[in-house]
Design a protein around this ligand. Structure first.
Ligand code: ATP
Ligand code: FE2
Length: 338
């Protein structure tokens, strides 16, 4: 089986072609980059409308696959920016109707998690999904993904992007801040906002800008923000492991590209005699392959829809959608290691 997946939830338009063994045959991606400020939804959607037809052809060519060999068309149904989601959904509906193939809606967050999980080879890991709009610690239980902890305000990636733009940079901020942080030496004091299983970033944002206004060097600030924010994520992930008696963690989402975050989580997990896995960066950030792969999983559970029932869902949370392709009660408490 070969599935074509379309991603268009925010800044990235991407088409991926994947087999039922999760082999990525072709991936074609084009990211909208605002010249100043954050993402403008309508401009991003116009970008996606302009590039998606070419990306479909590109992905097919890279995969050496003819349209007649595509068995299903998956698309990101939500969460995301309405105009961007509609651009991708329209292309997906057109292809599904034109090729007479099933149309499969996919939750974008679940797709980040599933591509990371299949690449890890781990059956039932704890998942840290750290991306632009989302920051969640996730585990599967009784037919769907459950959010054990998450951000109380903005997603970590949006926080990094917003901060970097306020410091004079351009979108996306996460990778640029990572480079800048490598030059930092002094650890500045910043608010550490962990509330049980949850985190918050707005206090960190305000305090970082206050440091800058009082003359803190940008590399020191970048370094301190990374250390503080990623410590918070590492702590809530460890708490989830401790409560659930787990020892395996899989990272997903764009911020999982970050080397410092990877190292910090890995150090924590290995301290518990566990293992950590993070996908290659091209499959951490938004990509059509994760939509195609999750489309395959969904289709294996019969989750295709007619075009008239394929409306986009801009607010579709991770824990709102069924994920029945996974069996078992994954949160069952096992004895703690002695
Ligand atoms: P969501 O998945 O929550 O809808 P999104 O789709 O907008 O968010 P992704 O493509 O998953 O986001 O991730 C993009 C985010 O990842 C951006 O905020 C970007 O700054 C951040 N990011 C990318 N690379 C890095 C990096 N090396 N370090 C830190 N952050 C990074
Ligand atoms: Fe994403």
């Amino acid at each position: 089986m070969v599935i074509l997946g379309i991603e268009s939830t925010a800044h990235t338009a991407s088409v991926g072609i994947v087999t039922e063994q999760a082999e990525v045959l072709g991936l074609a991606t084009d990211m909208y980059r605002p010249t100043a400020g954050g993402i403008h939804p309508r401009e991003a959607a116009n970008h996606h409308v302009a590039v998606l037809p070419g990306l479909v052809l590109d992905a097919l060519e890279r995969a050496h696959v003819r349209p007649s060999e595509i068995d299903a068309v998956a698309f990101a149904q939500g969460p995301g920016l309405g105009p961007c989601l509609r651009a991708g959904a329209t292309v997906a509906r057109t292809l599904a109707l034109g090729w007479d193939r099933p149309l499969v809606p996919v939750n974008h967050c679940v797709a980040h998690v599933e591509i990371a999980r299949v690449l890890s080879g781990l059956d039932d890991p704890m998942l840290l999904y750290a991306s632009g709009g989302n920051t969640q610690v996730i585990a599967h239980h009784s037919g769907r993904y459950r959010v054990l902890g998450e951000t109380l305000d903005i997603g970590i990636g949006n926080f990094l992007d917003k901060l970097w733009i306020a410091l004079g940079g351009t979108f996306p901020g996460g990778p640029a801040l990572e480079k800048e942080a490598r030059l930092g030496a002094e650890l500045l004091s910043l608010p550490y906002s962990v509330h049980g299983m949850d985190v918050a970033f707005s206090g960190l944002y305000t305090a970082a800008l206050a440091h800058r206004a009082s003359g803190a060097a940008r590399p020191d600030l970048a370094y301190s923000v990374e250390v503080t924010a990623y410590s918070m994520l590492t702590e809530i992930t460890e708490r989830a492991l401790a409560h659930r008696h787990r020892e395996r963690v899989v990272l997903g989402g764009g911020v999982a590209c970050n080397e410092r975050l990877r190292t910090m989580v890995k150090t924590m997990v290995e301290g518990r005699n566990g293992t950590m896995f993070a996908p290659p960066p091209s499959l951490c950030v938004d990509n059509g392959a994760m939509i195609a792969w999750t489309g395959h999983l969904a289709l294996s559970s019969g989750l295709s829809v007619p075009v008239e029932a394929s409306a986009v869902q801009p607010r579709q949370r991770t824990d709102l959608v069924p994920a029945p392709w996974r069996s078992g009660g994954a949160l069952g408490v096992r004895p703690a290691p002695v």
